[in-house]
Ligand binder design. Sequence first.
Ligand SMILES: [Zn+2]
Length: 142
Amino acid sequence: MTNLSSDCTFCDLKGEILKQNQLAQAFLSNPRKVPGHFLVIPKRHIEQPWQLTNQELLSIFELIFFIEKKLVDKLGQGVDIRQNYRPFLPKSKLKQDHIHFHVYPRYNQDYLYQMAEKYETDLFTDLDLSEREEFKQLLADK
Ligand SMILES: [Zn+2]
């Protein structure tokens, strides 16, 4: 495969890949948050989400939904899918530049809830209408 980065862990997975299709591959996150914490990546080294082609997106989401279906009722009652774009963080064991989608099983009041999300509902506040206009304008700008 072309477009690999020689200093990227995700470009050199070899035996770690558990499932793949034409343009994407899935493997277990290491370190991981919970058992069944998968990462799905494009085979091509891409760092910005908007650089993904439609074909890569299709391959990635085919794998995500395949894994999601496998996880539900086996490791959880639901699934979270998450993609973080945080170029402001330095590369580390917990932060890889190669774009990746997290897929992990969830159930009611699970470990992630207990450890990290217990107070998340406190973050929600009613949307201000002027704020909606502001973001409507943001999306309207070319
Ligand atoms: Zn890479």
